[in-house]
Design a binder for this molecule. Structure first.
Ligand code: COI
Length: 356
C-alpha cells in the first residue's frame, strides 16, 4: 500500500525562466524549474514530490544501468491566446506508460497521483510555455529501476519522474526516409509496442547509417521478411494512395500512438477513406511508380505530423510531390487547432490545466 499519497511540493526560490532563449531551443535540452519524483520501495509507491529540477543521487549498481529496465512517455502542454494551458489526452499517456511498465516488469503508477502531479507541475512552470504555432511544453514521464544489484531480475525499487521541457517544432521542413532492409526496431513478442527506453536506443546505430547516406530517419519494416512497412523513426507512419489513408494495424511490434489514433479519428470525421492494414514495400514502390502514391507522413507527439518528401529503397530515391489538398497538412492543422484551443474539440481530447 502507498504510505502517503499526499503531493509534497518544494518550490524553487527563484526561477531560471528569464535565462532561456526561447527562440533558439534545442529539442529536449532545456528543463523547467521543477520536476516530479515518486519512489517505489517495500512494494508501494512512496510520497509523491515536486521539487526543483536538478541532479539526483544514483549508484553505478542500479539495475537501470545494466538491464535497461526503463520506460517513458512523451506528451505536451499548449498555451492559448488567453494564457490558458491545455494537455492533450493525458489519460492515454498514463494508460500507455502502465502498459509499457507491465511489459518491462515495472509496477504500474496510480492514475490519480499522475494526473494531480501533472496538473500541479505544469501549473507551477506555466511561465515556461510559449504561445504560438509549434511552441509547447514537452512532458517526459519516465520510470527507472533503482535497486542496486546486477542479478538479472526485476528491480524491487523504482523512481517515477516527470520532467518538463519547452520546445519548438521537432522537424523543421521535410524529412527524407530510408526503408529498412537489414535492421529492425521490433519483433513479434518483443517490446516494440512499449515505450521501453532500449527500444529507442537500439534505433540509433541503424539511423546513423541512414544519416550517412543523407536520410534523416528510417521507415522500419517487419523483422521477419522486411516486407511490411511499420513505423517511421520514432513515429507511426501513414501513406496516402490515391485518396485512401493507409497505416499499419497496432501489434506487438507497433506503438499504439496517440497522435496515430487521433489522426484516424480525424480522418473518419473528415470522411477520408481509411484502411488500417499491412502495406508492403512492393505495393509502395508500385504506387510511387504509377503515380498513385500521394503522401507519406509520420505521426507522433514530438513531431505531431512530419512531412516526408523522399524515400529511399535499394539505392533508388523516390520523390513525393507536394499536394495542394494534402491530408498531412489538413490533419496537422486540425490537430494543432484542437491542441492550442483554436477550434472546437468534438472529441473531448483537450484537458484544461487548473492554473489557480
Ligand atoms: C514522442 O513523439 O514523444 C517520441 O517518442 C519521440 C521522442 C523519442 C523524442
Amino acid at each position: 500500500m502507498n504510505t502517503d499519497s499526499t503531493l509534497h511540493i518544494e518550490k524553487v526560490t527563484s526561477t531560471r525562466v528569464g535565462e532561456v532563449d526561447f527562440d533558439n531551443l534545442v529539442f529536449g535540452k532545456t528543463f523547467t524549474d521543477h520536476m516530479f519524483e515518486c519512489e517505489y520501495k517495500n512494494g508501494a509507491w512512496q510520497r509523491p514530490t515536486i521539487k526543483p529540477y536538478g541532479p539526483m543521487l544514483v549508484y553505478p549498481g542500479m539495475k537501470v544501468f545494466h538491464y535497461g529496465q526503463a520506460v517513458f512517455e512523451g506528451m505536451k502542454a499548449y498555451k492559448d491566446e488567453n494564457d490558458d494551458v491545455f494537455l492533450f489526452r493525458p489519460e492515454q499517456n498514463l494508460e500507455r506508460i502502465n502498459k509499457s511498465s507491465k511489459r518491462m516488469a515495472i509496477p504500474e503508477f496510480p492514475k490519480e497521483i499522475f494526473l494531480e502531479a501533472l496538473n500541479e507541475l505544469v501549473r507551477l512552470d506555466k511561465d515556461w510555455i510559449q504561445k504560438g504555432d509549434g511552441n509547447s511544453l514537452y512532458i517526459r514521464p519516465f520510470a527507472i529501476a533503482t535497486e542496486v544489484g546486477v542479478s538479472a531480475s526485476p528491480s524491487k525499487e523504482y523512481k517515477f519522474m516527470i520532467l518538463l521541457s519547452p520546445v519548438q517544432a521537432y522537424y523543421k521542413g521535410f524529412v527524407k526516409v530510408l526503408i529498412a532492409e537489414k535492421y529492425s526496431r521490433s519483433a513479434d513478442g518483443g517490446v516494440g509496442a512499449a515505450k521501453a527506453a532500449g527500444n529507442y536506443g537500439a534505433q540509433f546505430y541503424p539511423t546513423s547509417l541512414a544519416q550517412e547516406k543523407g536520410f534523416q530517419q528510417i521507415i522500419w519494416t517487419d523483422s521477419n521478411e522486411h516486407k511490411y512497412l511499420e513505423e517511421a523513426g520514432t513515429m507511426n507512419v501513414f501513406f496516402r494512395i490515391n485518396d485512401t489513408l493507409i497505416t499499419a494495424p497496432t501489434s506487438d511490434r507497433i506503438l499504439d500512438g496517440i497522435t496515430r489514433k487521433s489522426i484516424l479519428d480525424l480522418a473518419k470525421h473528415n470522411g477520408v477513406n481509411v484502411d488500417v492494414r499491412k502495406l508492403t514495400v512492393s505495393e509502395l514502390i508500385a504506387a510511387a511508380e504509377d503515380g498513385s502514391l500521394k503522401e507519406i507522413f509520420g505521426a507522433g507527439t514530438a513531431a505531431v505530423v512530419s512531412f516526408i518528401s523522399h524515400f529511399g529503397f535499394k539505392d533508388k530515391i523516390y520523390e513525393l510531390k507536394e499536394q495542394s489538398d494534402s491530408f498531412a497538412v489538413m490533419f496537422k492543422k486540425q490537430l494543432n487547432d484542437i491542441q492550442y484551443n483554436i477550434s472546437e474539440d468534438p472529441f473531448g481530447w483537450r484537458k484544461k490545466v487548473e492554473l489557480f
